[in-house]
Design a binder for this molecule. Structure first.
Ligand code: HAS
Ligand code: CU1
Length: 570
């Protein structure tokens, strides 16, 4: 067996390039996180509060969209080629999607950061959700559109590789990793239609002045049509690693391949018709549609609960192979000194808590208590910020040596780094969840409001602020350690086999499972029907109420604009 880089040198170059973009975004995004964590808690303020939205937009876009999705682009390229045992059919197409996504992300980043320099007359302080009537410079929306089209091309690249493989292996089951990539991409094609329509038909013409008004509820609903599935677009790469790499790192094998396929099919079917659970408090959408979204969301818990079972069972199998005994004592023999293993295991543990706060979000009546409070960032720092981000960093410790032929610079630093992330996130997410229960709002530089005191029944608001700030510092430190370790790994001397990259076959393989699981056309058709059922009537009623282009003019996200608005109101 030779190393990935020797077998697929061209693909390894593309993957290294996607990881480079991903990690640069991680570094800048984490720095913005530190600035705002210290700012909103009042400990250190380096910028005026009027720049808070610029920093928050940069933090959200660079981490939630650029870091995660570029990592996905690399990981999926690795997974498709190694599991099909074949290079990509057209490497020019591969470089083309890399170029397009990178240019798009750079455009969006330029538009955002320009907001810090008033003389440039360009800004995109609209947060990663870009709700109208907040308006960004056209470069931001054009960058987003290019980025999304680039991801579509990447999906086409992987589908073409699969088609070629299928023509040579007509009767074989789709290799598991490729199956995961293809189902995730079908979900992505279906769900990005919403955001593509909203950006191309509404935001770009509106920001260029071709149309004067916009329908905020329509663009918001189209955003959330995409905005919930995007969270699974972040999660699926982590699941791919939990299902196919974590069991191996634990010393065992995946418990069940068919169960993994069922999970990915369920995500394809149910990820999109739930987006309205982000809009329980939006007026203009009838309660009945919200109720349907809630019911679908509760069904959507199932694939993650199945994952908790399958992945932990695989870890237990690994531990028993290593001599582990007892009901829980086997946990002790797992390879806790391996940063790749420990990072993923801690990420999984945090996800159990993040999933629990997700269930609370999903209940229509309880959601009213926590919506728009710090509880929600608490939830997503456990999910995308830990389950996904920590798994990706941990995965890099195992993947990067396969791409470079060089060993990891330091395993102890790696171990310290993943533990620092875990501890930092315990502080930060705990404080955020609790602060949210007190009603402390999200998305603001001045959460204390003038002449209003939030009172804590347990602990104090000052203690929560301190925990949040400590968390922000630890998380930033962890990112610095990660980048330092990866950077120094890339200048190590090449060696023969820097990492054991074999992935053993699952305990229960695909052969005995129903063939229908591999019928992607069937699942795509059912997913499309569910989307139509969930969305056609709500969208039609939103358009009937306020028109396709609405009646709302842009609100400039500048302090002058704010003053102007106040003047109008007064
Ligand atoms: Fe969420 C808001 C509901 C999952 C991300 N979510 C957000 C936002 C983000 C986000 C970014 O219903 C904020 C958006 C904004 O800016 O406004 N979410 C859910 C539900 C789930 C869920 C029901 N969310 C995620 C994931 C995310 C993510 C995953 C990113 C990756 N979320 C909501 C709702 C809102 C929301 C409402 C709107 C709130 C509002 O009012 O604004 C479920 O998918 C969760 C299911 C998860 C589980 C956990 C299973 C446990 C596992 C762990 C296994 C353990 C292992 C390790 C492997 C049931 C799989 C073992 C270790 C050993 C040592 C043994
Ligand atoms: Cu959601």
């Amino acid at each position: 067996m030779s190393l990935y880089v020797d077998e697929y040198p061209e693909e390894a170059k593309v993957i290294k390039a996607t990881f480079l973009v991903s990690f640069v975004a991680l570094g800048i995004g984490a720095f913005f996180g530190l600035i705002q964590g210290l700012h909103r808690t009042g400990f250190v303020r380096v910028l005026p509060s009027t720049d808070y939205y610029t920093i928050l937009t940069g933090h959200g876009v660079l981490l939630a969209l650029v870091f995660t999705i570029f990592y996905l682009l690399g990981l999926f390229t690795w997974a498709v080629t190694r599991s099909l045992e074949s290079p990509l059919p057209n490497i020019k197409l591969t470089w083309a999607w890399f170029g397009l996504t990178t240019t798009g992300a750079t455009f969006a980043a330029i538009a955002i950061v320009a907001g810090l320099f008033p003389s440039l007359d360009m800004s995109a302080d609209v947060l990663y959700t870009f709700y109208a009537p907040l308006q960004a410079h056209p470069l931001f929306y054009v960058g987003l559109a290019m980025f999304i089209i680039g991801t579509w091309m990447a999906g086409a690249d992987w589908f073409l590789a699969f088609r070629k493989w299928r023509s040579e292996h007509p009767d074989e089951r789709i290799p598991l990793q490729t199956f995961m990539v293809l189902t995730t991409m079908v979900m992505w094609y279906l769900s990005t239609l919403g955001v593509a329509i909203s950006v191309v038909f509404f935001f770009i013409p509106w920001s260029l002045g071709f149309i004067d008004t916009i329908n905020p509820l329509l663009t918001r609903t189209l955003f959330w049509y995409f905005g919930h599935p995007v969270v699974y677009f972040w999660l699926m790469p982590a699941y791919l690693l939990w299902y196919t790499v974590l069991p191996k790192l634990s010393g065992g094998r995946l418990f069940s391949d068919p169960l993994a396929r069922v999970v990915f099919v369920l995500f394809l079917l149910l990820s999109t018709p739930v987006g309205i659970h982000h809009q329980y408090l939006d007026p203009g959408i009838a309660e009945g549609f919200k109720f349907i979204a809630m019911t679908n969301t509760m069904f959507l818990l199932l694939p993650s609960l199945l994952t908790a079972f399958t992945v932990v069972a695989s870890m237990e199998h690994g531990a028993r192979q290593r001599g582990g005994k007892g009901y829980l004592k086997w946990l002790g023999v797992l390879p806790w000194r391996d940063p790749a293993f420990t990072g993923m295991a801690l990420a999984g543990l945090m996800f159990a808590a993040g999933g629990f706060s997700g269930m609370i979000n999903a209940g229509m009546n309880i959601n009213y208590l926590i919506h728009n409070t710090l509880w929600v960032p608490g939830h997503f720092h456990l999910t995308v910020g830990t389950a996904v981000a920590l798994t990706m960093m941990a995965g890099a410790y195992w993947l990067v040596p396969q791409l470079t032929g060089r060993r990891l610079y330091s395993r102890p630093i790696g171990l310290f780094q993943v533990v620092t992330w875990f501890v930092g996130m315990v502080f930060m997410s705990n404080a955020m969840h609790r602060a949210g229960l007190l009603g402390i709002p999200r998305r603001t530089a001045e959460p204390q409001y003038q002449s209003f005191d939030f009172t804590a029944t347990i602990g104090s608001v000052a203690e929560l602020r301190a925990q949040l700030a400590i968390g922000a510092v630890l998380l930033f430190l962890s990112v610095v350690l990660f980048l330092f370790n990866i950077l120094l790994s890339s200048i190590e001397d090449p060696i023969e086999m820097p990492v054991d990259d074999r992935i053993p076959a699952p305990l229960s393989g695909a052969s005995g499972s129903p063939v229908v699981l591999d019928n992607l056309k069937l699942w795509t058709a059912i997913a499309a029907i569910l989307v139509i059922l969930a969305y056609v009537i709500p969208l039609a009623s939103i358009i009937r109420d306020a028109g396709l282009f609405g009646r709302t003019v842009a609100v400039p996200v500048l302090i002058d604009g704010f003053n102007m608005l106040m003047g109008v109101i007064a």
